[in-house]
Design a protein around this ligand. Sequence first.
Ligand code: ATP
Length: 234
Amino acid sequence: MINIRDINVYYGDVQVIHNLSMKIEEGKTVALLGSNGAGKTTTLKTISGLLSPKSGEIFYGDKRLDKIPPNMIISHGISHVPEGRRLFPQMTVEENLLMGAFEKSLWGKRKEKLEYVYGIFPRLKERRLQHGGTLSGGEQQMVAIGRALMSTPKILMLDEPSLGLAPKIVESIFELLQNLNKEGITILLVEQNVNVALEISDSAYVMETGKIVLEGNAEDLMDNVYVKQAYLGL
Ligand code: ATP
């Protein structure tokens, strides 16, 4: 389980996360919702060690995460699919995937993991020598997810995986997330597409201006008047 306790995160002098606490239970899908600029990306970056909280603690089981670098966090089994995919455009699909196993402890298993990822995304196998920059948006998202799966994550964090993609592709990505969750991967999902996110999640947190304003199980939140008005346009 990931236990975030009372973290405060700043960019320079500007505080963007205020006393945030969250729990991500093993085996669950948890959604992190909120409007633009609420601090969702910042929260994911803090969990994956790209940013350090000024105060507060992040634990994964009994391991303290907020004091260790991002490569160690990946080795602990926490993987991040960043907003906007962030592929290397001049590198091939396969080279991009291999970047996900670059950490010393993972490199030995890279071939086995490539086959696992190609099994999930046969399209990427067909296009293994194509440059990342020439892929469609949906294919780029497959590479970004595939790259994160190369490190055999126990927890997969995704930042707006549906952004800019056609509804059919979004549907297939969400189906994949459900399957990965059934395989035992815990999922933390940042999404603007609140309806779909709540449909596949067990529970959710809603953020506004750096604070958690609402939390609960997904079904209850779907019926919540505030969520309906603010995020579901009802
Ligand atoms: P979005 O859905 O638009 O990505 P978000 O909820 O993920 O929004 P964040 O990207 O975490 O929000 O941003 C939270 C706040 O921090 C915003 O006010 C944003 O302008 C600010 N911020 C983000 N990155 C930086 C940065 N590198 N330097 C300074 N401020 C930043």
